[in-house]
Write a new protein. Structure first.
Length: 366
């Protein structure tokens, strides 16, 4: 099914982000006390942050964990808004949350990963937000389901919400990786390619799970051309009631934004740049043509192998042969500086296509 067109108001027309790219939403994982909310807000305002976030209702994985202070925290955020001239933002997961946010003058809301994965909740929130002008950001679902992510955007857009954007926070994984959540940048890139007008934030805090990796994820997101960052910041992270390891102090956030990351131009009109990049891209185009020819040739041979297996009454899948091919490819790939992870992904895709071709051959009745 073709993607529906989304009616999106550009980020610069939201009237919320005064700083140059990246647009930043920052604040504690959770609003814990009035003092903590106010002290963190003061520190962030001093470094130029204009949109202040804090979790009010926390959908935790396990019962007994800190699940937020509830609507009382919105009163503290409202106070920070009035005292420091901040825009305030929080996560919503139900119709009730939306109504509480509207009551306390929340300027932006977002849907968390667990909420995005539930179309019933998304629709409930969309209906509650109907006829409002509040901006909404949608985090990716817990698992890498692009259609589910897009479906949430479509539901909100159908309710008249045009100040609409997304937050990429990575995906849950059973594999042991250095990050808390798997970035799977290809999913985010695919969404951007389908909806280039969609404001795109990255949440390096939840993706990293540790402040040690926030810089590298932030830089990667900016290098990919995404507009914004949502970063957790706490006046005293060591005392935080949730996600203490991934929160920066306001001074640490200031150092990150102004000293550690580089914002690159999307393009350049310089003649030298244009000439050089055009030459390099022409080389890439030729290589891509050669790759397509090689893949097409490989599929022709796979089809011939399928015919031979059919005539010889041999099963399609030859596991030992494939294991040997993959091992040889990985070993050879080291000579070209190609990682095992990359080669495994590429050649597994090629192998899957080859098996499919052979299956078509063997399944033919004539």
């Amino acid at each position: 099914m073709a993607d529906k067109n989304l009616e999106i108001i550009p980020l610069y027309e939201w009237g919320m982000f005064t700083e140059p790219r990246p647009s930043v939403v920052a604040g504690p994982c959770s609003a814990e006390t009035e003092e903590q909310v106010m002290e963190t807000a003061k520190g962030l305002k001093e470094l130029g942050i204009n949109v202040y976030r804090a979790g009010i209702w926390k959908p935790r994985t396990h019962p007994g964990s800190f699940e937020g202070v509830g609507a009382e925290g919105l009163r503290w955020m409202q106070k920070a808004k009035k005292e420091y001239g901040l825009k305030i933002a929080t996560e919503v997961a139900s119709e009730k949350h939306v109504f509480e946010c509207l009551k306390y003058g929340v300027d932006l809301v977002w849907l968390g990963a667990r909420t995005t994965a539930n179309p019933f909740l998304v629709q409930e929130i969309a209906d509650a937000l109907r006829d409002t002008d509040i901006p909404v950001l949608v985090k990716n679902p817990v698992n890498p389901d692009l259609d589910l992510w897009i479906g949430a955007l479509e539901r909100l857009n159908s309710a008249g919400i045009r100040k609409l954007g997304v937050i990429h926070r990575g995906f849950s994984t059973f594999e042991k990786i250095k990050y808390r959540n798997d970035p799977q940048w290809q999913v985010a890139i695919e969404l951007r390619s389908r909806y280039p007008q969609l404001p795109f934030f990255v949440d390096p805090s939840h993706m990293a799970g540790s402040k040690d990796y926030i810089r590298e994820i932030s830089q990667r997101s900016l290098d990919l051309g995404f507009e914004g960052l949502m970063i957790e910041s706490h006046c005293n992270p060591s005392c935080a009631l949730s996600d203490a390891k991934q929160q920066l102090t306001p001074p640490e956030l200031s150092d990150l934004l102004y000293n550690q990351i580089t914002v690159r131009d999307a393009d350049s009109d310089a003649k030298e740049w244009k000439d050089n990049i055009d030459q390099l891209r022409a080389k890439i185009d030729i290589i891509d043509e050669n790759l397509l020819y090689a893949l097409g040739s490989r599929m022709k041979v796979s089809r011939q192998i399928g015919e031979y297996k059919k005539n010889s009454n041999i099963a399609i899948l030859q596991t030992s042969r494939w294991d040997a091919v993959l091992a040889k490819v990985v070993e050879k790939g080291e000579e070209y500086g190609l990682s095992e992870k990359f080669l495994t992904a590429v050649f597994n895709a090629i192998h899957d296509a080859s098996v499919e071709v052979q299956n078509e051959v063997i399944s033919r009745t004539k």
